[in-house]
Design a protein around this ligand. Structure first.
Ligand code: FA5
Length: 340
């Protein structure tokens, strides 16, 4: 019997090698390994053996089966490669063949809204300077009236860099930088990425986007600030959105406000984005604190300002009813394709 196995192995190896294409190779496979194939047939002869001989024989047949299958697979790969090489080497070029479809990209929703905001504010005379994401402790905290022992530092857990700088925790450092750079009166917005070392959930990311707004002039008022916020939201949403204004504490403004928007994901009913409250914190704002004006190199008895820090990632969520902030930067093309 083992002589028979050996003969089948030799014959199969020869036929596999000689198979000139995949069709012939399939025939060889069926001849040896098919249901009625030669190797399968060997098993039927088991009953001619003594019980003691059967296990060893069964093992040899299975090994023969594996060997032949391996040879067939390897030959099949070889034949496929040959076909491919031939196609590649063929100098014939058919210009009538249809081309590959073009995959059209699109702008990320954060970019779309940023551009819209830039357009709105530019039309109201705002400039758009750019400031560093790796920021100094001075501009991120101290110059914003948040000294190192101030409890407000805990409100924004910080990613510190080895050189003592940090990843900016908000876009507010732009306020003092701009005051030092531009002669007042001026108005500016600073869109950008910010970073916080904090737990991530449906409405909190460690890396998210804000847009800071700042107006410095001799006369500024809360009324003017609130009006600008309303214009902004109206032009972004292009419909009436419910907002509420409440007092808010930030060391760099006085007075400070929190402007919330009715949660667009649940229509104010309560969901994981608004933590069941029906409202989403979107737009803190206030009149710039005199100490910040002073850090900006200006005289707070002459110059005043208002500022806001819009949560841009949340604005995008509200505009497009995105139910989890992690979709925005998650890189899943299925999410992004919806904005084509
Ligand atoms: C600030 O960052 C202040 N710098 C804003 C400010 C500017 C106040 C000027 C007054 C004057 P706050 O930490 O609340 O504040 O963040 C501002 C907005 O960013 C929030 O209302 C919210 O919309 C958004 N935001 C805050 N944390 C996160 C987070 N982890 N993920 C996504 N969005 C966030």
């Amino acid at each position: 019997m083992s002589e028979m196995i050996r003969e089948i192995l030799v014959a199969a190896a020869g036929e596999v090698e000689a198979a000139a294409d995949e069709r012939v190779l399939k025939e060889v496979e069926v001849k040896y390994l098919g249901k009625k194939g030669l190797v399968t047939g060997l098993m039927n002869r088991m009953r001619e053996l003594t019980p003691a001989e059967r296990p060893g024989f069964g093992k040899s047949v299975n090994e023969a089966k594996d060997t032949i299958q391996r040879q067939i697979d390897s030959r099949r790969n070889g034949l496929k490669a040959q076909v491919l090489m031939k196609e590649v080497a063929d100098p014939f070029y058919d210009p009538t063949l249809p081309g590959l479809p073009e995959v059209e990209g699109s702008l990320h929703p954060l970019t779309v809204i940023t551009q819209e905001l830039e357009e709105i504010f530019r039309s109201m005379g705002f400039i758009i300077p750019d400031y560093p994401e790796a920021e100094s402790e001075f501009f991120n905290f101290e110059a914003l009236n948040i000294p190192s022992d101030h409890p407000a530092r805990d409100m924004q857990d910080t990613f510190w860099l080895k050189d003592g700088n940090l990843l900016r925790t908000h876009t507010s450092p732009g306020q003092v930088r701009a005051m030092r750079e531009f002669a007042p009166p001026f108005r500016a917005i600073f869109p950008g990425k910010v970073y916080r070392y904090e737990a991530v959930d449906a409405s909190h990311e460690h890396t998210f986007h804000q847009v800071e707004g700042l107006m410095v002039d001799r006369e500024v008022s809360v009324a003017n600030l609130i009006h600008s916020m309303k214009v902004l939201l109206g032009r972004i949403f292009k419909r009436d959105v419910k907002i509420r204004l409440r007092p808010g504490y930030f060391p760099f403004v006085e007075p400070g406000f929190e402007l919330d928007i009715e949660c667009a994901v649940c229509g104010g009913k309560g969901c994981s984005v608004c933590k069941k409250s029906g409202w989403v914190e979107l737009l803190p704002c206030g009149l710039v604190h005199p100490n910040v004006i002073r850090f900006g190199g200006l005289d707070p008895t002459e110059w005043h300002g208002w500022a806001f820090g819009l949560g841009l990632s949340r604005l995008v969520m509200m505009k497009y009813q995105v139910n989890d902030i992690r979709h925005l930067m998650g890189g899943d093309l299925r999410f992004l394709e919806q904005f084509r």
